[in-house]
Design a protein around this ligand. Structure first.
Ligand code: GLN
Length: 285
């Protein structure tokens, strides 16, 4: 396919996407990606010729998204999180804006604490939580774990891209810390929490392209919380802040699990920007 102008490429892509019931705005993101322009230039220079050598790749990506539902982030290889760009691929969950709020809450909880703190991001995926915390609070000692070697490769790349000093360990939830006898002041995690039986309700984009390992938390979706809370006794200090992202209907269950294992704690359930329960956190003494 060939386009005379950027405008023509944009029109073709928008229509093609609409025909396949996809958001037509994806056309602009892909144009920006393939032309290596910014948004302002795209809107100002629509009359410029479309570089013929870029046409095939652009068309291929528009079709991949429109026809197969390949997420835009897999086509561009990136997603932004907390104001920074992170590399992503099919080995990791694409970072979601809700998770920025989890980071925000933890930063608030440790605001003003000046003694050295060890933080662990459990199931780090692309590394967004761990790396963001290190960049926002360079004084933190940040560790991160993931069971997936493929995910850790992405996380390590992101850490070096952002020059964030984070120690990555492969293993099941907190197991690497237990093995090394490391204790943490903060345990933060956005673990897989979708119940297996809800698989069919997920959008095809999520179901087909986010790794299952990053999505599903067993039959009731709570397996990861159970295991992390069980492991916590061996990792917690005299006082440790535990902060989880949760599914919209898991607040009471997860808060109950924390209270059950640590009766002195007072778990707090927080809502996300859409007014849904999304975070549970608690200081555990
Ligand atoms: N911690 C990563 C994120 O929040 C990955 C989470 C996951 O794979 N469940 O994006």
């Amino acid at each position: 396919m060939n386009f005379h102008t950027v405008r023509e490429a944009r029109q073709w892509a928008s229509l093609f996407l609409e025909k396949h019931h996809r958001e037509k705005q994806v056309a602009d993101f892909l144009l920006i990606h393939h032309l290596q322009w910014n948004r302002a230039r795209l809107l100002a220079d629509l009359r410029e010729p479309f570089p013929p050598e870029r046409a095939d790749d652009f068309v291929r990506d528009v079709q991949a998204h429109a026809i197969d539902g390949v997420p835009l982030q897999h086509l561009t290889g990136k997603e932004s999180f907390y104001g920074r760009i992170f590399k992503v691929n099919d080995q990791v969950l694409i970072p979601r804006p809700e998770t920025e709020e989890l980071v925000e809450i933890v930063l608030k909880q440790i605001d003003g604490i000046n003694q050295p703190l060890t933080v662990v991001d459990v199931g780090t995926g692309s590394g967004v939580i761990a790396i963001t915390l290190k960049k926002e609070r360079p004084d933190l000692d940040v560790l991160a774990t993931d069971i997936s070697e493929g995910a850790l490769q992405v996380a390590r790349k992101n850490a070096s891209l952002h020059q964030a000093e984070v120690c990555f360990y492969q293993g099941n939830y907190l197991k690497p810390l237990i093995d090394k006898n490391i204790r943490a002041d903060v345990v933060i995690s956005n673990p897989p929490y979708i119940p297996l039986h809800q698989k069919d309700q997920l959008s095809e984009v999520v179901k087909n392209y986010d790794p299952s390992l990053a999505l599903f938390g067993g039959e009731d979706g709570l397996d990861a919380y159970r295991e992390i809370i069980r492991q916590l006794s061996a990792v917690k200090k005299k006082k440790t802040c535990l902060a989880f992202e949760i599914g919209y209907d898991q607040g009471e269950a997860v808060a109950g699990m924390i209270k059950g294992s640590f009766p002195e704690s007072s778990p707090v359930i927080e809502k996300d920007i859409n007014g849904k329960d999304r975070i549970v956190y608690s200081w555990i003494g």
